[in-house]
Write a protein that binds this ligand. Sequence first.
Ligand code: PMM
Length: 269
Amino acid sequence: MSSRPAFEVMGIVNVTPDSFSDGGRYLDADAAIAHGLELAAQGAAIIDVGGESTRPGAEPVTETEELRRVVPVIEALRAALPDTRISVDTCKAAVARAALDAGAEIVNDVTALRGDPEMAALVAERGVTVCLMHMQGEPRTMQDDPHYDDVVGEVAQFLAERLAAAVAAGVAAERVILDPGIGFGKTVDHNLELLHRLDELVALGRPLLIGTSRKSFLGRLTGREVDDRLAGTIATNVIAFERGARIFRVHDVGSVHDALTVAAATVAA
Ligand code: PMM
């Protein structure tokens, strides 16, 4: 029983008016902080705090506004949760820098260090962990007509290249998490193919993060609205775990943590 494969649940706190499933719910700092505390109590090892929505069609947010949204939340969570890691979901180096100063220790950059020319140097200099995610296109237009000849091969190649670029910029390879970016410039079939062949991404040798939580492909498969996609979220996370993913970015931390605890126990049995 003691050799159970480890997993970590990353709980999502979106301090945004327009994220697709929880937009507007935690825009107020106190509500966001209370939500982060609740997710930690439910078993989140990491709390991911974001101040800019990356939903398809989302408009960019100014640096000042993003800082205003995330920094007080990170400061308060850091003070209240000494055993929980905090990550900042941003592609702006200035926001990442302020978040790290406020106590975050992971940078979750959905542009995989391509969005801001100063981001790679910042991550290298601070020696922090970075999540590099695949995205085809940019949030405003990424779902217009995504196309791949071989989605898994192309995502794997992209992640390998971004890992190499990070290392070339001075980031330790051991500090890198990789993420195929479910829903970022991908059709339903692309997302399913990535989940089906996840082992090809695990072979890149870095921990894999998966974010399927409440995403639209689950709605397309089940006919469920965004607040009613927990079963699909659990199914995809358990399958991703079984295929080698190790970090699970979700809104419904308690339920997914329970599901992964059971999945991990069966793997070890
Ligand atoms: N998905 C969203 C935002 N940030 N970060 C990573 N690393 N992986 C993801 O899949 C991901 C992300 C969009 O979901 P949200 O609007 O519910 O936060």
